[in-house]
Ligand binder design. Sequence first.
Ligand SMILES: *Cc1c(COP(=O)(O)O)cnc(C)c1O
Length: 386
Amino acid sequence: MSARDLSAPVNGSGVQAPSIPQSLLPKDGRFGSGPSKVRDDQVAAIAGAGRSVLGTSHRQLPVRSLVARVRAGMSDLFSLPDGYEVVLGNGGSTAFWDVATTCLVRERAQHLVLGAFSDKFAKATAAAPFLAPPDVRRSDPFSAPAPGAEPGVDAYAWPHNETSTGVVVPVVRPPGVDDGALVLVDATSAAGGVAVDVSQTDAYYFAPQKSFGSDGGLWLALLSPAAVARAEELQPGRWVPGSLDLLAALAESRREQTVNTPAVATLLMLAEQVEWMLDRGGLAWAAARSAESASRLYEWAEASQYARPAVRDRSLRSPVVGTIDLDPSVDAAAVRTVLRANGVVDVEPYRGLGGNQLRVGMFPAVDPHDVSALTACVDHVVAALS
Ligand SMILES: *Cc1c(COP(=O)(O)O)cnc(C)c1O
């Protein structure tokens, strides 16, 4: 949709988008599932760091101190188990899929595929000429398959939160797997908004633009000693492109640097957000805040005449990304258009996946009161359109 279309008629009848009363509107109308709401204080921190950090070398102390803040903050936030390390690099979670394919999967991976993001990682290992075809376990969208021990599988992969559908999958090592098998969990949208025991994983990886409310472009991974040992075992015998070299990323991370130039403003916003969480009680606090937002959204939908949570199984409903199906008698696209015209944005479903749906990002930066305000706005718009 072009910018010109934003105030276009919503139903082809020549009627302009109705305005939502100011009293109903959320204080902040950003409900995207990534990029997600960036807090004003994070933006102010960028201005504040002006000449002392921005535009200075990432090989010198000011930026290295910033990387150190991020790594130490993550280590605290996730109560990093002994021997685990915080590693970061460029290219976002999509790049980390290629890093993991190249440096962590020995021969065969198992993937749970329950939506668009988990499918992309499965496709990455399936396409790798040096790996056997993966064991792929699928479920209907808006539900989840379970991992299960499979002889010969040396890496088990699933998303903690499948952002395209709003489904959470428990992070627990599957029992009975081969000795030394790794657990690789895509926590791009869950990390920072959902409680986790990192010791159940060997790579818990994510990017800053979801629960950490920053910009995209980086990947971060919490790596177990077994993951590092796997990379050390595989790398001598396999060609690893420099930008995907996990051991190089690890070596630079240990020196509070990255292999190549990082986005310094993103690191700043990320450091601010991790410390914002830590100052308020850490991951338990952040997860409780998202859970509070989510209970407001799901309870509203369950009580509604025309809305219902797309994920039927309550235990699988995400606290950070809520998907809400609207009755066919309500045009969700028209509702979203009116919301957008009133500054309430990014509740679109994931590309073609969601149908007549609203998808709501409820990362820790989002105020639970604003989620309640959003539901009031939706009720108002649906009444106005009918
Ligand atoms: C957003 C997202 C990705 C992709 O992240 P990029 O940083 O854009 O590559 C991968 N996995 C999940 C679960 C996501 O939510």
